[in-house]
Design a protein around this ligand. Structure first.
Ligand code: ADP
Length: 195
């Protein structure tokens, strides 16, 4: 089974994903996959260097993320070009990992951009961890040390809460305690795996 797991930044997605891993799911962490596809020696990094120039590489051959970020966040066409390199590579790597997990695994695609990327359409079910925007801001400030302005800017750069929820087959409300969230994950897991 292929489960999509998503949620806005600070919603509690990582907490839910850690619980799913404890329950036996094979979790594909898309932040990690996104780093893997631009490792030194990868086709992805070569394509990025060809499109954006050697200025986006550090002396040690790794990707200079701030340099690349400065280019793509100022230029929507450049961002599209970057995504046309990275997204297919990420999808291919996820497919390979899923294959390695075998046919009986519950594979969780833990991806903050699941809906933004359109990847929710190929999942058997989509799980959205949900809190109001003010809760996201409060947790990012309190637990992650972001300024309120930075937290709001990062939230604004993602899909709207309503659009994400519209893609959900299952919503995990995380306005309670982390234990409440884990209990909700356990209940969802039981309903998905015992049917
Ligand atoms: P995400 O992966 O969606 O960005 P996290 O799971 O990392 O979110 O949660 C964001 C922050 O809020 C973390 O520091 C986490 O420990 C904390 N957190 C998560 N769920 C709750 C909760 N129910 N109550 C209080 N803090 C929480």
């Amino acid at each position: 089974m292929r489960l999509g797991l998503t949620g806005g930044i600070g919603s509690g997605k990582s907490t839910a994903s850690a619980r799913l891993r404890e329950l036996g799911a094979v979790v594909l962490d898309y932040d990690q996959l996104a780093r893997n596809v631009v490792e030194p020696g990868s086709d992805g990094l070569a394509a990025i260097a060809e499109r954006f120039g050697a200025g986006v590489l550090r002396a040690d051959g790794t990707l200079d993320r701030p340099a690349l970020g400065a280019i793509v966040f100022a230029d929507p066409a450049a961002l599209k070009d970057l995504e046309s390199i990275t997204h297919p590579a990420i999808r291919a790597l996820a497919a390979r990992r899923e294959h390695e997990a075998g046919p009986d695994a519950v594979v969780v695609h833990d991806n903050a951009l699941l809906v933004d990327m359109g990847a929710h359409r190929v999942m058997d079910a989509v799980v959205v961890v949900d809190v109001p925007v003010e809760t996201q801001v409060g947790r990012l400030v309190e637990h992650r040390g972001l300024t309120e302005a930075d937290a709001r800017a990062r939230i604004a750069a993602q899909l709207d809460r309503e659009e994400r929820l519209a893609a959900a087959d299952h919503v995990l409300d995380n306005t309670g305690t982390p234990d409440d969230l884990r209990a909700a994950v356990d209940a969802l897991w039981a309903s998905l795996t015992h049917s």
